[in-house]
Structures are given as C-alpha cells and as structure tokens.
Design a protein around this ligand. Structure first.
Ligand SMILES: [Zn+2]
Length: 325
C-alpha cells in the first residue's frame, strides 16, 4: 500500500498541470455564447471545492513560472474578460461567497466611455478588493490586423488610462478575442512591464509554460468541468507553421517532441484528428491543406486531452481592401 501511494504521488508530480479558466458574462441570457448562469457557476465552484482544487490568485502561478518551480496540479486560477456589468451584478457575489480570487481584464475604452454593458471605474475599484485587475486593450481590436505602431498606441492608451483611473499598474494582459501573433507578443513584451500575457487556447500550465503565452480554457454555458480539468500540457517545440501561411495553404507541420513517441495525434480545424508518425523525436508531416477559417487551430498531442495548441490567425494586410473601403 505504501509503495502504491508513493507511485501515485510522483506521477502527479511529474505531470503537474494547473488550469486557468476564463469567463465572460454572468446570468446574462441575451448572450448564450458568452454566458455562465449563477446556478452553473455555483455548480462549478462546488465541484472545485469538493475535489480539493485550490483556487489561487493568477499571480501565484506566475511566480512559480518566474522561478521555474513545479506548479501543484490542484491549482486553478479564474479570470474574467471584458469587465461586463453582469460580473459585478451577478458573478462577484458568488466569488465572494466562496472566497475565490480572480483576475478581471478591463476593456478600457468601454469602461472609460461608459458603454452600457460594462462596469464603471468605481465598480472595478470595488471588485479589486477581491481580485486583481488586468488589461484587455483599449479598443478591443483584433491585434493581428494592426501595425506594430497601432498595437503600441492601443496598449499605451489602455495602460495610461488604467493607471490614471485606478492608481495601480496592470501586471498582466489578456488578448482581445484571444488572438495574437508572435509579433504582437514581442511588442507587448518589449515595451511594457507585464508579468504575464494570457491567450485563450485550451490547455494547462506546467513549469515549462511561457508566462507570456499562458493558455486559458473558456467556460461558457453548462460545461463538463471534469473534462476541462483533464487537459494536460504536451511539450512540443513548434518549428512550422509559426504563423498563418501567407497564401493560406498549410504545407507542413514540423515539430520536435520527446523521442519516446512513435505516433502522435494531430488536429487541424476543419480537418479533425489524424495520426502522425514520429521519427527520432521529429514530426515532419507534409500537407496540402487550404485553410478556410481565418482562425485555425492546430493541436499536437499524445491523446485528445494531452495537447499543445497552435492558433494561426490570418493577418489582413490590406485592411482597406478587405473591408471594402
Ligand atoms: Zn474581450
């Protein structure tokens, strides 16, 4: 019995994977694709509590990543994007009841210009007693369609307004729509002092996770949280593709993985799953797929729950032409 116990402990240590979730609206039936009802939120929180998950501030996970330390598998961080009023009206009280911390990402222009659906600066200040507040851009653009200068300007405007209104510095940033390119990440890293940047790619966190590319799992509607907590990080060094192919044709998936694998599973949006061969730790799959979706997901993993995600966002180079203006 003692032996078995030790084996189980070391197994979970090696595969330590924390999870970060993202919510949008609460008890707002008008938007089913972004909404979590009160009953559902309580059901999820009860599940976390009963199964010994520890809801920690995001900063605790980021500190572990900074120090290259193992992150306990039972850690969960909760984030909320956009700072909709429905969080203040319907969600916050439940977070308070459970004493669960959160990170709230502010769409600065919407709050600053009092757009109807969004929290006010006063409400954000009140919420900051129970969680941390981060940045979610100024104008909520699709960052990959902006020039470097425009990304810089949007973020500066967001950052400065945030500091002016809340008298605190934002320490983390969540991409609008979870969309970005390597270049967008570089601009944010090089010009601002964020400790962490969060995307919206399904996945989990281990000590190898890049803190400027943190995956979050979206929770919308009634979800199977047991499933979501089963996601594990699969370690992949992506070589190709790194960005959405300019001509829209995916010709090759090239990646480096643990040589112990002989076959792995590859997922491509619209194509589904396929098995790929691994030779001496290298995947070099030749393809000829026209990517129809402007947002294409590529996943590589040992099974459908143990995956690494690559999201390719099509860049609209000539915005005027595409918008028809
Ligand atoms: Zn958003």
């Amino acid at each position: 019995m003692r032996y078995l116990f030790l084996v189980i402990i070391s197994f979970s240590y090696i595969f330590a994977n924390a999870h970060i979730f993202v919510y949008h609206r609460f008890a707002d039936e008008r938007y089913a694709s972004a909404n979590t009802s009160k009953a559902e939120l309580i059901r999820q929180f009860e599940y976390l509590k009963k199964n010994n998950y520890q809801v920690v501030p995001l900063e605790k996970i980021v500190a572990k990543l900074k120090n290259n330390e193992t992150i306990p598998s039972n850690w969960v961080a909760l984030t909320i994007d956009d700072a909709y009023k429905s969080f203040y009206d319907n969600g916050l009280e439940i977070f308070k009841q459970y004493n669960y911390p959160f990170s709230l990402y502010v769409y600065v222009e919407a709050t600053n210009k009092h757009y109807g659906d969004y929290m006010s600066w006063e409400q954000i200040k009140e919420a900051s007693k129970y969680g941390t507040i981060g940045l979610h851009s100024y104008s909520h653009p699709r960052l990959q369609n902006l020039s470097a200068q425009e990304v810089l300007e949007d973020t500066k405007k967001a950052y400065n307004t945030f500091v002016e209104k809340l008298a605190i510095k934002p320490t983390s940033y969540a991409y609008p729509y979870g969309e970005y390119t390597a270049n967008v990440t570089k601009i944010l890293r090089d010009n601002f002092d964020f400790d962490a940047i969060l995307n919206q790619n399904t996945g989990s966190i281990n000590e190898k996770t890049d803190r400027y590319d943190i995956p979050r799992i979206a929770l919308v509607g009634e979800v199977n949280i047991t499933h979501k907590l089963r996601y594990k990080t699969f370690d992949v060094k992506w070589q190709e593709p790194k960005e959405f192919p300019k001509d829209g044709i995916l010709r090759r998936v090239h990646a480096i993985v643990d040589p112990k694998y002989k076959t792995l599973k590859l997922y491509i949006t619209n194509e589904g799953w396929r098995d790929v061969e691994v030779k001496d730790g290298i995947i070099d799959e030749k393809l000829n797929i026209y990517l129809q979706k402007a947002r294409t997901r590529i996943m590589l993993g040992s099974d459908v729950f143990t995956v690494s995600n690559k999201i390719l966002n099509k860049i609209k180079i000539n915005k005027g032409e595409i918008d028809g203006k």
